[in-house]
Design a protein around this ligand. Structure first.
Ligand SMILES: NC(=O)c1ccc[n+]([C@@H]2O[C@H](COP(=O)([O-])OP(=O)(O)OC[C@H]3O[C@@H](n4cnc5c(N)ncnc54)[C@H](OP(=O)(O)O)[C@@H]3O)[C@@H](O)[C@H]2O)c1
Length: 277
């Protein structure tokens, strides 16, 4: 099985290590890439083709793991050369996925989404897939991957990812807002304790971590919520999703992101209280 990667950052290098360990042949191309990417390629020891054309013509499966804003551009670049299955695994909206995969002339496409952390889980990270060739892509489970086919239409996998993310970010925003108010009233521990009675056993620890992440990653969250708002139809006004997006935008503007992730939410709340009140 010959697997090619377009882009060789965190996702490609992590998956490649596991795929090669399980017997797959992995390839990429260094043309135009940064020193960081070239180092990733050297460290991982994957083979390279001299051009993206050659990469696309020679691989059974080609995975696009670039940056969301370049997903369409790279599909356009190799669209007429791709002979195997083309998989887009970038964090992009269902609409962008469809536009991206439309560039692949042989029509053998897969919309894939990573659910979870590649760094923590390695090649076994959960991947969901949809599209005409999703079942063939899932053959990579024989090479260590953990792919679940959830549908046959491009946009379904990225839709699940985005709407799941809308839910989790909405909950984080509400949690942050409620516990910040409780903190100012000196009852934050008690509020967390009483919520935990109807939630899962590790609720308090996970709530604290979500509050810290909400502030630390506020900019990224607000950008991702922008994408979420876009997928709703014009007729359905996504009040909650828009509220979540606005929440993270305001948090990003008010909380100055420190170098290191705070260890306790007190640091964030104290900072906000000082500048706001
Ligand atoms: N990391 C995660 O845990 C995770 C989880 C879910 C989804 N994703 C998605 O997976 C994708 C890859 O993520 P990542 O973390 O691996 O990103 P990354 O570490 O930033 O790597 C991106 C790679 O794409 C290359 N690239 C950018 N533009 C390109 C182009 N036009 N042609 C060829 N290569 C290009 C970059 O090369 P240069 O260095 O030369 O620019 C780099 O090697 C993203 O869309 C991300 O949203 C990531």
């Amino acid at each position: 099985m010959k697997v090619g990667f377009l882009g060789f950052g965190e996702v490609a290098s992590t998956l490649s290590v596991g795929l090669m360990k399980n017997g797959a042949d992995v390839y990429t191309c260094v043309e135009g890439r940064s020193t960081r990417t070239k180092n990733n390629i050297l460290k991982t020891g994957v083979e390279t083709y001299p051009s993206y054309k050659a990469l696309a013509e020679n691989c059974d499966i080609i995975v696009s793991s670039v940056i969301p804003s370049n997903a369409i551009e790279v599909a356009e670049m190799v669209g007429k050369y791709s002979t195997g299955i083309y998989v887009d695994i970038n964090n992009i909206s269902p609409k962008t996925v469809v536009n991206t995969l439309d560039k692949i002339e042989n029509g053998k496409t897969v919309d894939a989404a990573i659910i979870g952390s590649v760094v923590k889980k390695g090649v076994e990270v959960k991947v969901i897939a949809a599209g005409s060739c999703a079942n063939e892509f899932a053959d990579l489970n024989n090479y260590g991957m953990n792919i679940t086919v959830i549908g046959s239409v491009n946009g379904q996998a990225s839709g699940i990812k985005l709407l799941r993310s809308s839910y989790t970010k909405g909950v984080s925003a509400l949690l942050f807002e409620s516990i910040y108010q409780a903190y100012k009233m000196g009852i934050d521990r008690e509020v967390l304790k009483y919520i935990s009675e109807t939630e899962c056993p590790d609720f308090i620890e996970s709530a604290k971590s979500r509050i810290i992440s909400a502030a630390f990653h506020a900019q990224r969250r607000s950008e991702e919520m922008d994408e979420v708002v876009e997928i709703f139809s014009k007729k359905q006004d996504p009040i909650m999703a828009r509220g979540t997006m606005d929440f993270f935008k305001i948090l990003d503007q008010t909380f100055k992101k420190p170098e290191k992730r705070p260890v306790d939410y007190n640091e964030i709340f104290e900072y906000l209280m000082k500048i706001k009140e």
